[in-house]
Design a protein around this ligand. Structure first.
Ligand code: SF4
Ligand code: SF4
Length: 325
């Protein structure tokens, strides 16, 4: 359906090669739907972060999406499984996104599994459905081990972006080590799948040099967490990048707001000038009309002219010789 809507010349269904059972089911479904000639099923290596859009496009099509570029500009649409399912529900069944499948996993829960839940379900209910916490559950993470965010409690609701809830045991957590200065080892740049320079980005974010972070492609960071994982100085790079992206987004919103305000002001000025010009034109027109109207005697004589007329009439009577005399 999506391939038809996008008028796609080539459609690839990608699945990690470690998902043997799911891969076999997909292959069977393509055969039974006679879709094998239209849709290629490709097994990609299980390598983090393979699910990243740019990384997947590079693996499947050999096309490198450059910094600041969007796949759409190269004629590529990358759709994840959840979005594809939601599109089917919306188009085929007329249902909006009201639920999603969430994986609940980690050694901190008793019975890990995938759950189809209504948006808004508290994480606590999800964990309860997964058998509840184990005794050594220590931290709850929403979004997976590398890209996820630790959450303060399990009263937080499931949103349409909640793909995974991870309950980690204390033994799985890395000890919080003190942050040391960057030693310029370059490890972070070596592992970055987006070919960024994490140490430079971190440096410019710390100095609030936002234009430089834009030039270095902060927006292309997929927050995979690899740079922070390998950093021997335990620099919280991901936190810095999330903060930096938030700051850039806020600045972009402010710029947009300022542009809109300026436009509104300029539009109002233009309206006022137009109204003033129209008024001036009307006055000029009226004056011109008044100048061309011939003066006519007043239809209703005023008091002075009536008195004058009477006086003249009397004078005329005096001058006229009496007919009888
Ligand atoms: S989190 Fe680090 S390694 Fe991952 S894309 Fe961003 S800068 Fe690169
Ligand atoms: S890995 Fe850490 S210490 Fe090494 S260059 Fe990157 S930020 Fe600096």
């Amino acid at each position: 359906m999506l391939a038809h809507a996008l008028n796609a010349r080539r459609t690839i269904l990608a699945i990690e090669d470690s998902m043997v059972e799911a891969g076999a089911m997909l292959a069977g479904a393509l055969t039974s739907q006679s879709a094998g000639d239209r849709i290629e099923l490709v097994h990609v290596p299980t390598r983090y972060p393979q699910g990243g859009e740019r990384q997947l496009i590079r693996t499947l099509a050999g096309i490198e999406i450059g910094a600041g570029e969007v796949p759409r500009a190269r004629g590529i649409a990358c759709v994840n499984a959840g979005t594809a399912a939601a599109a089917w529900q919306a188009i085929a069944e007329g249902e909006p996104v009201t639920r999603r499948i969430v994986s609940v996993t980690g050694t901190g829960v008793r019975e890990p599994g995938n759950f189809d839940v209504v948006l808004g379900t508290p994480l606590a209910d999800l964990v309860a459905a997964a058998g509840g916490y184990t005794d050594d559950a220590e931290r709850l993470i929403v979004g997976g081990p590398m890209m996820g965010n630790a959450v303060p409690n399990d009263a937080i609701p499931v949103t349409k972006a909640t793909n995974c809830v991870l309950a980690m045991a204390a033994s799985e957590l890395r000890n919080a080590a003190p942050t040391l200065p960057c030693i310029r080892c370059g490890e972070c740049a070596r592992v970055c799948p987006a070919q960024l320079l994490p140490q430079q980005l971190h440096f410019h974010i710390a100095a609030s040099e936002w234009e430089k972070t834009v030039k270095l492609g902060l927006d292309d960071c997929i927050e995979c967490g690899l740079c922070a994982y390998v950093c021997p100085s335990h620099i919280p790079l991901i936190e810095a990048f999330r903060y930096g992206k938030g700051e850039l987004a806020w600045q972009a919103r402010e710029r947009q707001r300022a542009t809109l305000s300026r436009q509104r002001f300029e539009n109002r000025q233009a309206r006022l000038e137009k109204a003033a010009q129209a008024r001036a034109n009307r006055l000029k027109e009226r004056d011109a009309q008044a100048a061309h109207i011939p003066s006519v005697p007043s239809a209703k004589p005023d008091h002075a002219s009536t008195a004058l007329a009477r006086a003249l009439a009397r004078a005329g009577n005096l001058d006229t010789p009496d007919a009888s005399s």
